[in-house]
Design a protein around this ligand. Structure first.
Ligand SMILES: *Cc1c(COP(=O)(O)O)cnc(C)c1O
Length: 405
């Protein structure tokens, strides 16, 4: 195939809708937690494609599944059932509170399905007036019109009105704020077990239990958005398993496909009964290729070896970061669980988390931010210890550069 142009970062700006501002290098290859750009420069990947490449890049088992399923059959539509989707749904329900699954292609779509299911359930069981959805300030649930409206970050809805109605926002980790807002008009409360995009904020111990109790009292469904916290990210298959407070609906995506786009909404028999043939759907959701890959991800992640590894690797990260911080005093708090790590910058660096991320990228380390004040680390769940150590050396150099600039 010949082409009369070269593929550059500049060309990105020429041909893409300007809603992203990617880094100045274009990666072309990845293996494990290492990535190479167009100039064959090597990077260590602490970003994991935003908590997505849960088994690193080009994991041999995932490549094998992609190739074997790809050569067999990769799309049927939901007019016909397919084996990988049935197997994946069976394994997801066997491993969680859930009894039923709906597959989508993304986290936003999984949440869209969850919110529609909650409205439908309330409408069928309690009447049309029970339609209010309660979400949390700073939360993030996706970019469809419904999910940005439910999300607690007003900048994402600006200019997109009129917006869906019947949505309220309350303060995270403040049970009175929820208590004051919830009523018999509430059909669902949606919460991230750890707020991801909002800055890696964990609930106080016991908070989710109190949230669940308020939901129960008001006949509202509890929806966990585990798009970021799920699939082993916190050291359990799903974050809710750390405290054991079960939801009525749970959404999963990001790490679920290890980089292949797939999402899932999990729920109970009872709640699922309000959906009938034709109530909701997706052309690609649960296609054989995506489902086969997610099944392989699940088979690998849902093992003691990988899940315990997440806890051990967190310790490596935390002790390394603490050492760096003893020297440079740039972070005032280390947050998160497992391999979802948030580093809140000290006040003098407020709004400047991105500077650390940029300096690291220049030195060959991929990091993320979570809002303007938090550096986020969300690597492969099986990142080799050696890559953690080498990456932390680069992180230290990057911090030194920013601090002495
Ligand atoms: C990333 C994310 C989403 C959106 O997922 P997409 O696949 O981008 O649609 C929703 N909820 C949470 C908690 C997320 O982190």
């Amino acid at each position: 195939m010949s082409q009369n142009f070269s593929v550059t970062r500049e060309l990105f700006d020429d041909v893409m809708v300007p809603n992203y501002s990617p880094g100045n290098k274009i990666p072309v290859k990845g293996l494990g937690s290492r990535v190479w750009d167009q100039d064959n420069r090597e990077y260590i990947d602490f970003a994991g494609g935003i908590a997505v490449t849960s088994l690193g890049h080009s994991h041999p088992k995932l490549v094998e599944t992609l190739q074997t399923q790809g050569a067999k059959i990769w799309h049927l539509s939901n007019v016909l059932a397919n084996e990988p989707a049935i197997r994946l749904a069976k394994k997801l329900t066997d491993s969680t509170f859930a009894e039923k699954v709906f597959f989508s292609n993304s986290g936003g779509e999984a949440n869209e399905a969850a919110l529609k299911l909650a409205r439908k359930y309330a409408s069928v069981n309690f009447g049309e007036d029970k339609n209010e959805i309660i979400a949390f300030e700073q939360s993030f649930h996706g970019r469809t019109l419904f999910t940005v409206t439910v999300g607690g970050q007003p900048k994402y809805t600006e200019g997109f009105g009129p917006l869906p109605q019947g949505i309220k926002h309350v303060k995270f980790n403040d049970i009175d704020s929820l208590k004051n807002a919830i009523s018999d008009k509430t059909c669902a409360v949606i919460v991230e077990p750890i707020q991801g995009e909002g800055g890696i904020l964990s609930p106080e111990p016991g908070y989710l239990k109190d949230v669940k109790a308020l939901c129960k009292k008001n006949n509202a469904l509890l929806i966990y958005d585990e798009v970021q916290t799920g699939m082993g990210r916190t050291g359990k298959l799903y974050a809710y398993m750390n405290e054991g407070v079960e939801p009525d609906i749970l959404t999963s995506a990001k790490g679920l496909g290890g980089g292949f786009p797939i999402g899932a909404m999990l729920t109970t028999n009872k709640v699922s009964e309000c959906f009938h043939v034709g109530t909701h759907g997706s052309t690609y959701g649960g296609n054989p290729l995506g489902a086969a890959i997610a099944e392989t991800v699940l088979d690998i992640v849902n093992t003691e070896e990988v899940l315990d590894g997440v806890i051990k690797k967190r310790e490596l990260f935390i002790s390394g970061i603490n050492k760096i911080n003893d020297e440079f005093k740039v972070f005032k708090e280390i947050r998160g669980m497992g391999l979802l790590i948030g580093l809140q910058v000290e006040d003098i660096y407020k709004g400047k988390a991105k500077q650390f991320v940029n300096a690291a990228l220049d030195l060959g380390l991929m990091l993320l931010i979570a809002g303007p004040d938090v550096v986020r680390i969300a690597p492969s769940l099986i990142i080799p210890d050696k890559d953690i150590e080498e990456g932390l050396l680069l992180f230290k150099k990057a911090i030194e550069k920013v601090v002495t600039a």
